[in-house]
Design a protein around this ligand. Structure first.
Ligand code: ARG
Length: 502
């Protein structure tokens, strides 16, 4: 097994410009691996924490909001259950392909590292640029909007709060998680552990309740004779249904971001994936079946907060537990995504992909404050025009562009490094299959019904190149940038991390 000194040869998001491995102290709890600078890099993720990391990231807001979008796209209960299963399989095959990459290239940083090795610095830069500007902030925005939806559900009792109030609460949630993360890494990690339990409890309650309801004979919505009534035949509607379903599964690649910290990456990376993905798929299918045990198609489509409607039907006076636990779950997911989002900005800035100030760390709290604030600012801007489902489409379109590129990387590396030892070798049909799925997912909605948001997303990816050439390749510094950096340094009390006291 490679040790830390061996890892120090690699450069990736976990390395600084000198190629030194950044030292980190990982707190692994559910959604996030929180890393604090300055403590030796430890290999502390084993099989169980690896599984927890994947499961904890995947389960967030999606299972409580996406069923509506999936049903809307598919038009029937039967097809929507098939889409939920299909999303699980695509994620599993995608994750297994990532397992080959993660054991072949044992750098942290997932897509960034793999695209760099297979296709060179420009695709890797486009990835870090896009995830900094689009992917991470939109993740935080969607999850906080879902949080607001559930907090207001009991208050407005099913008819939904005014849009503006919902957005203000979502903005407040973004500010709250940013403050937690800026304040302390330890606090953020405690928040994470607490909220991970609440989401598991919420899912367990819904699944058990569903079994009880079906035991009492509530199976009419799941009758095989009628479940496929109303099925759509539009390819783009199905692609959008997959977007909503895949949002709930997103996070299947998260263990690949911390490969360097796995105790035994060659064994535990594939194993964690093989255990975690089917586990989440089964949980999601059972949760959906439970929703349908008490709601028919029209009722589910009318509800913005399915789990809350489910609670009102099944739990009676105790129904308040559901919105509270879902609000906790989404808050926890937002907290984790804010952290990882901030960290990615920080790593990209350190690679010279973003202004230097974004790689600075608060001098007392030792948190990457500028990058956290930056991610949150973009997330705030996104919630102004955005509604949950548009943002999910926006996110998924962009994310699948890069998941597809990474599948291509698996195939390319089989040709460019044919003899290199692959501790885990994925059957090549799987990345090919996922690549084809991603092409369908990206092109389907554009061809059928071009939406302006998707064009924006595409332009963002491309505009990365405009910045790459002068600022990254030629390392151009804008006049006044140094002064700006110095002022920001004083105002925010931040410093380059390598100058911090040990
Ligand atoms: N699947 C999660 C949810 O349902 C979203 C995960 C966002 N992605 C991430 N890498 N944190 O809320």
């Amino acid at each position: 097994m490679a040790d830390s000194s061996e890892d120090a040869r690699y450069r990736g998001p976990n390395s600084n410009n000198n190629g030194d491995t950044i030292k980190s102290n990982g707190f692994h709890n559910g959604d996030v691996v929180i890393q604090e600078e300055k403590v030796a890099l430890k290999k502390r993720v084993g099989l169980v924490s690896g599984i927890a990391l994947i499961v904890g990231t995947m389960i967030g807001s999606g299972i409580f909001i996406s069923p509506k979008g999936v049903l809307d796209g598919t038009g029937s209960i039967g097809l929507s259950l098939i889409v939920w299963l299909g999303c699980g399989l695509i994620s599993l095959f995608g994750a297994l392909s990532y397992a080959e990459l993660g054991t072949l290239i044992t750098k942290s940083g997932a897509e960034f590292a793999y695209l760099f090795e297979a296709m060179g610095p420009i695709p890797a830069y486009m990835y870090s640029w896009t995830s900094v500007i689009v992917l991470k902030p939109s993740t935080v925005a969607v999850i906080c909007l879902a949080f607001a939806e559930y907090v207001f559900e009991p208050i407005f009792d099913g008819c939904g709060p005014p849009e503006l109030i919902k957005k203000l609460l979502a903005a407040a949630a973004i500010l709250a998680v940013t403050m937690v993360n800026c304040y302390s890494v330890k606090l953020a990690s405690r928040v994470q552990v607490f909220f991970t339990f609440t989401k598991l409890a919420a899912l367990a309650m819904i699944i058990i309740g569903g079994f009880v309801m079906m035991g009492q004979g509530n199976t009419q919505n799941l009758d095989p004779k009628t479940t496929f009534q109303g099925t759509t035949s539009s390819a783009s509607a199905i692609a959008l249904a997959f977007y909503d379903g895949l949002w709930a599964y997103d996070g299947w690649n998260n263990l690949n971001y911390v490969t360097e910290e796995l105790k035994n990456p060659y064994k535990d990376l594939p194993r964690s994936i093989i255990i975690a993905l089917p586990l989440v798929t089964i949980c999601y299918l059972l949760t959906n079946i439970s929703y349908f045990s008490v709601m028919d198609k029209a009722e589910l489509l009318a509800s913005d907060a399915v789990a809350a409607t489910w609670g009102a039907r099944v739990l009676g006076v105790a129904a308040i537990i559901i919105p509270i636990s879902v609000a906790c779950s989404t808050f926890g997911a937002a907290n984790g995504s804010c952290f990882t989002g901030g960290r990615l900005v920080y790593a990209a800035a350190r690679e010279g992909h973003l202004p230097e100030i974004l790689s600075y760390v608060h001098v007392r709290q030792l948190t990457p404050l500028p990058s956290l604030v930056f991610t949150s600012l973009i997330a705030l801007i996104m919630i102004i025009p955005g509604d949950i489902f548009t943002l999910i489409d926006f996110f998924s379109f962009t994310a699948w562009l890069f998941y597809g590129a990474t599948m291509a990387a698996v195939i390319i590396l089989r040709f460019t490094r044919p003899h290199e030892h692959r501790p885990y070798k994925v059957p090549i049909v799987l990345p090919i299959f996922v690549l084809l799925c991603s092409i369908y997912l990206v092109l389907g909605p554009i061809i059928d019904n071009p939406q302006i948001e998707l064009l924006y997303a595409f332009l963002f990816v491309i505009s990365g190149l405009i910045f790459y050439v002068p600022f990254v390749h030629f390392k151009l510094v804008l006049p006044g940038m140094d002064t700006f950096t110095k002022y920001m340094q004083l105002i925010l009390e931040v410093a380059p991390s390598k100058y911090l006291p040990p």
